[in-house]
Structures are given as C-alpha cells and as structure tokens.
Design a protein around this ligand. Structure first.
Ligand SMILES: NC(=O)c1ccc[n+]([C@@H]2O[C@H](COP(=O)([O-])OP(=O)(O)OC[C@H]3O[C@@H](n4cnc5c(N)ncnc54)[C@H](OP(=O)(O)O)[C@@H]3O)[C@@H](O)[C@H]2O)c1
Length: 306
C-alpha cells in the first residue's frame, strides 16, 4: 500500500489538480505476487496453465489474445490455445470448452469476448467449469461473491478494490457511489465493496437510469465510481470537492477510448484515475491473479484427495 496521503479533503483553490491514481504500479505489485506464486508451483513440478479460446479472425481480439499469451508466458504460465474459425458452431465452441474443462493440466480458461454474432457467449460462459473461470463472471462465481464464498472474482471490480487499497484510499466506513449497475462492473463491484474486509466495508449506493436525480447521490460520495459506459457523463458538478473519482466506464469508437469521467473533474476531485492507464491495467493483472489462484485451488484439491 502506498504511503501517500489519502485524498478526501477539499481542494484548496481553483488551480487545484487532483492527485492521479495510476493503475500500472498496482498491476506491477499484483503481477510480482503472481509471478512468485507461479514459481512456487513450478518448483513443485506443477506448471500453472491458462488456456485461451479465440473464435474468428477479428484483428483486435487476436491482438488481445496475443498480449495475454505473451504476458502468461512471461509470468511462467503454460498457455494452450484453441483458435476456432469464424464459421465455428456453438457445438464446436462447446467442444473446445469441454476439452479444456476435462484437461487436469489446464487450471484456468479464457474465452475471448466478443465471440462472432451468431454465437451465444453467455451460453459458452455457462459451459466453463466455474473453478476454471478466469474472468470470474460465471453465474456460480457471481453467486459465490454474493454469498461471500472464495472463488474467482470479476476482474474489473477486484482491480478497483486493489487500486484503492494500493493508493491508500480509505474505503471502510466511507460512502461509495457507483453510477451503473451492469453485470460486468457496477453490480459485482457493489457486492465486493460492501463486504466485511478492511479494503472494502463501505456504505455503497448504486445509481442508474432509474434514479433520475442521480447527481444528488454522486455529489455526496467520498468515492465516486463511474461504471456507465456513457462518455463524459461525470462532470465536475457531479463530484464532491476532494472526493476520489474512479473511471471504470469507457466506450470505444474505433480505437478511440471515451471515458465516463470528463477530465475537468480533476479540478474538483481530491484524487482521480488518469484518462488512460487507470482501471485497465488492474483488470488485466486480476485475470492472472484469478489464474494462479485457480491453479493453487486445483493443487490443494488434488492434495486433499490423495
Ligand atoms: N476499464 C475496464 O477494464 C473495463 C472492464 C469492464 C467493463 N468496463 C466498462 O464498464 C462499463 C460498464 O460495463 P457493464 O457491462 O457493467 O455495463 P452495462 O451493462 O452497459 O451497464 C451500464 C450501466 O450504466 C447505467 N447508465 C447508462 N447510462 C446512464 C445514464 N445516462 N444515467 C444513469 N445511468 C446510466 C445503466 O443503467 P440501467 O441499468 O438503468 O440501464 C447500467 O446500469 C462499460 O463502459 C464497460 O466498457 C471497463
């Protein structure tokens, strides 16, 4: 955890610029931990394995898979890969998932999103062995999160909790307001930050299109988290002076990234994630943390059965 002062006091003057909360040092810390846990397993003769499935020939998706495979290799993971053609059927995709599910040497599995339009991604996700679900998005894992049972956590919410902790932002007992209740971000994040844990334990409020006067809530937040996917929806007048602002929601127009949080919010906030390089790097790091934890759980299950 960083020793820098926490940001919840009001900014002093109009020239104020919020302290930045970059994701890279958080990700580095998480990945260093993952790397040492990978080494520990490898020294016992076990190679943790993160398998990937890509359907089709979308350049961006292929690029994301390559980046994850390179990073997996750098951390010491095996990364078996199945590339299915764009014409693959749902049954082909399920067969690829079943094969990785059944392989005891594969500990974690990622299906690159989005899959081609004729395929049902949610049905494929349901097919993944929940213990190998590296995105933490299988309904059983969302159920574990709701019930407080350990399991893979959704990567972006877990990354945001880690980002706040790393930068020394107090969360316990504070008012967190999340704009957005989507299944990927807002909803699981609300469950996570309300849990009884020193890095969570917050009073969480979730607002959305059903709350017409949502700025009334965001303006009182100690920590405001944007999770709407509506570019520029958070403006300075929605932020309490000195509050911490976390930009989770983004929309892509081509390769252009359009964040929910307008940059001018830095004139009011006490601390804020940068336009680029805030939540994103922590999301990727959490993917690898889920992968090593899946491997560790599999090994301890096998040891218990012996
Ligand atoms: N940075 C990362 O690594 C990362 C990773 C994953 C996701 N994301 C981003 O996170 C965002 C949320 O993803 P998701 O899948 O959870 O979202 P989602 O399912 O699209 O949900 C968006 C939420 O925002 C609310 N919302 C939209 N427009 C609004 C408005 N004008 N006023 C008030 N509320 C509004 C919606 O309200 P209703 O429920 O009432 O419709 C909904 O709850 C997306 O932008 C996504 O790209 C980022």
């Amino acid at each position: 955890m960083s020793n820098q002062s926490t940001a919840l006091s009001a900014p002093a003057d109009a020239t104020h610029t919020a302290r930045l909360l970059p994701g890279a040092p958080v990700a580095d810390e998480i990945l260093a931990d993952v790397e040492s846990r990978v080494s520990a397993l490898r020294s016992r003769g076990i190679t943790p394995s993160l398998a990937t499935i890509l359907v089709g020939d979308d350049d961006a998706s292929a690029g994301y898979i390559r980046i994850k495979q390179r990073q997996a290799a750098a951390l010491g993971f095996a990364s078996p890969h199945q590339h299915l053609p764009a014409t693959a059927t749902q049954a082909d995709l399920h067969a690829a998932i079943d094969a990785f599910n059944a392989d005891p040497d594969v500990h974690a599995l990622l299906i690159q999103y989005p899959t081609p339009a004729h395929l049902d991604y949610d049905a494929a996700l349901m097919r993944v062995d929940p213990d190998k679900d590296v995105d933490g998005m299988h309904p059983l894992n969302l159920g574990r999160l709701a019930a407080g049972i350990p399991g893979p956590l959704p990567c972006t919410p877990a990354g945001i909790e880690a980002l706040l902790a790393h930068h020394g932002i107090p969360v316990s007992g504070r008012e967190v307001v999340i704009l957005g209740r989507g299944a990927t971000l807002g909803r699981p994040l609300a469950m996570l930050l309300a849990q009884k844990r020193p890095t969570a334990n917050a009073a969480v409020t979730v607002v959305h299109t059903g709350v017409a006067d949502w700025p009334r809530y965001t303006r009182r937040a100690d920590i405001l988290i944007a999770a709407a996917g509506v570019p520029g929806i958070i403006q300075p007048e929605h932020v309490r002076p000195g509050a911490v602002v976390i930009g989770g929601g983004v929309r892509y127009e081509g390769r252009r990234l359009l964040p929910d949080v307008d940059e001018s919010c830095a004139t009011v906030a006490g601390a804020i994630t940068p336009r680029v390089g805030g939540v994103g790097p922590t999301t990727v790091a959490m993917l690898f943390r889920n992968a090593i934890e899946a491997a560790e759980r599999a090994v301890s299950r096998e040891t218990a059965e012996e």
